[in-house]
Structures are given as C-alpha cells and as structure tokens.
Ligand binder design. Structure first.
Ligand SMILES: [Zn+2]
Length: 176
C-alpha cells in the first residue's frame, strides 16, 4: 500500500475514554484511520475483534468504534438491538457515511442480498473464488444459528463442504 494520510476522528477528539477503573487516568487514545480507494475510513489505531471490528473502551464498556462514531453522528437513542451496519461490508471501516443503524436481521438481509450479486467484489472468473469479506460473512451468518451450510452455500454459490470447511476453519484459517 502506498503512503496514506493518517486522519484522526474527530479533529479535536471529544471521544474520551473512561477513567481507568480506580487506577491512573488514561489519556484518551485517538481514533486514527486512513482513507482507502473506495472512501472507507480504515481504522488503524485500535485492535480488532475476531470479526475484524475495531474496538474501543468507551463509557464503561468495550464497544465497536463504528458504533461509537455512528452514535456521535446520529445521536438518536438506540438500544442494543440496533447494530452499526456497514454499506461497504468492510468491518474495519468507520466512515459515518458508510454506517447506518439496523437490526441483526437487516444485517443478514444485507449479506444475503450482496452474496447474490453476480458481480461480487474480487475476481469473478468462473471459479467463484470467495473474498475474505465473504468468508467473514459466511462465518457470521452461520454463527447466527439461522442458516445451514446448504443455505449459505446457495447464497455464496459455493458447496456445502466448502462452507463447512470455512466455518470450522479447515480452510481460510488465516482470516479471523
Ligand atoms: Zn466503508
């Protein structure tokens, strides 16, 4: 990757970490990101969870930075039923323009819809090669408990055994 400009969100960061439980006051860790070619703000300052979402300790809990940012940009009260959904399918992205509130079901509908697009991101050259984002989506869909290997295989134009290997990490083990 060529040199990228590093940005900080927000400019004069009102995102402040809680005081570190009874110990020393921690300086807030600024949220830093680079802007990718498709205008994703790829967070580079914070550790990601297994699904690739950068996390931050904020208001007493560890939560995804995409959720924190969406709450700041769209401060309607949202309970835990609502997730910060990505229109770009990039879990590392924290661009508020790529985020919106939605339910778990909205999220799954998104994945199904995109999985059915004939021209998915990445190469589309006959072998129906999956992308890393799709591998993550497959595991996330299976983790909901609502989708069988067969169903997911249909959505991603793949085979049942292939989906099984992905879910059990026999294949794509390098994608977390
Ligand atoms: Zn994005």
């Amino acid at each position: 990757m060529e040199n990228r400009i590093l940005y900080t969100y927000p400019e004069d960061t009102p995102v402040v970490d809680d005081i570190n439980k009874g110990r020393r006051h921690m300086m807030p860790k600024p949220i830093k990101y680079i802007i990718s070619d498709n205008d994703c703000w790829v967070c580079v300052s914070h550790a990601h969870d297994k699904q690739g979402y950068p996390k931050k300790y904020y208001n007493g809990i560890t939560t995804s930075i995409s959720r924190i940012i969406l709450q700041l940009e769209d401060p309607q009260p949202k309970d835990h039923k609502f997730q910060a959904l990505h229109s770009c399918d990039n879990p590392t992205c924290i661009n508020p323009a790529h985020l919106r509130w939605g339910t778990v079901q909205d999220n799954i509908n998104d994945m199904i819809e995109r999985g059915r697009q004939p021209n998915r991101q990445g190469e589309n050259c006959g072998g129906s090669k999956l992308t890393e984002e799709e591998v993550r989506a497959i595991r996330a869909m299976y983790a909901t408990g609502n989708h069988s290997y067969v169903k997911i295989a249909e959505i991603f134009n793949s085979s049942e055994s292939n989906i099984g290997s992905i879910v059990t990490r026999v294949s794509w083990a390098h994608v977390d």
